[in-house]
Design a protein around this ligand. Structure first.
Ligand code: FPP
Length: 246
């Protein structure tokens, strides 16, 4: 990472803490293309993607960002070839069992977001263990969105509200039915690989998020790219529908 840019970012952070996002969410796109360009199986792109995720978490901790979310597997990803889905599930199993203790030692709370009950039973067990083991940690919350879809989350929330006979919903009470109601909305959503869409990610939570799209493929995403996104974010003016200075 360039020393000047690092310094600029750090002093910006110290001068104006509001220029730093509290919650950064990632749409990790481009693993398949990264692998195909190297004539490798797509699942090797996902493996490299998991390394990029680890780099992003390390940098996020270093920067003191309290919440990081990653869109790891969508409700639509089941439609991919069986070999790729199996490869991804294997990677989740392996990463969960290899990394949970290290995350716990780093003070990181691990949480999962999505229709977890529809994942393979052993992955559900590992998820439950990892969430339990790290539940009291508060250095950072690391949120992995698995079998997640924004529309599905909204439908699940409406179903829970109905089941509770809720009659007058407002934004605050509705939030209670989301998968992780206590997690603040993302301030910044970063999508890699040049695609410019949300693809059913955090539809409720993204209402006022700043969106940042970059051409780099997810396995190549590094600290420099993270810094670029944070710098761009710090220059945005967030108005939440009000006029400037209001
Ligand atoms: C999108 O790239 C990426 C995914 C569908 C999977 C992302 C998963 C990881 C990075 C692994 C994370 C690991 C853990 C343990 C959470 P793509 O396949 O759509 O790429 P393409 O658009 O180039 O085809």
């Amino acid at each position: 990472m360039g020393k000047t840019r690092e310094k600029e970012l750090m002093s910006r952070g110290k001068r104006n803490n509001s220029g730093k996002p509290r919650h950064v969410a990632f749409i990790m796109d481009g693993n398949g293309r990264w692998a195909e360009r190297r004539h490798l199986p797509r699942v090797l792109g996902h493996r490299e993607g998991a390394k990029a995720l680890e780099r992003a978490v390390r940098f996020g901790v270093q920067e003191g960002i309290p919440y990081l979310s990653f869109f790891a597997f969508s409700t639509e990803n089941w439609r991919r070839p069986a070999e790729e889905v199996e490869g991804l599930m294997k990677l989740f199993r392996q990463t969960l069992s290899d990394k949970t203790v290290e995350l716990a030692e780093q003070g990181i709370r691990l949480r999962f977001c999505g229709r977890i009950g529809d994942l393979p039973a052993d992955i559900q067990e590992n998820i439950e263990k990892a969430e339990k083991m790290t539940s009291s940690l508060d250095r950072m919350q690391l949120i992995i969105c698995m079998n997640y879809g924004g529309r599905q989350e909204l439908l699940d929330a409406v179903a829970k509200a109905f089941a509770n006979d809720v009659s007058d919903l407002d934004e605050r009470s509705f939030r209670e039915y989301l998968y992780l109601p206590d997690v603040p909305d993302p301030d910044l959503i970063i999508r890699t690989s040049g695609e410019m869409r949300l693809s059913n990610f955090f539809l409720w939570q993204a209402s006022y998020a700043e969106l940042y799209f970059m051409d780099v493929l997810w396995p190549d995403f590094d600290e420099k790219d993270f810094i670029d996104a944070l710098m761009a974010y710090s220059k945005r003016k967030r108005r939440y529908g009000a006029t400037e200075g209001f």
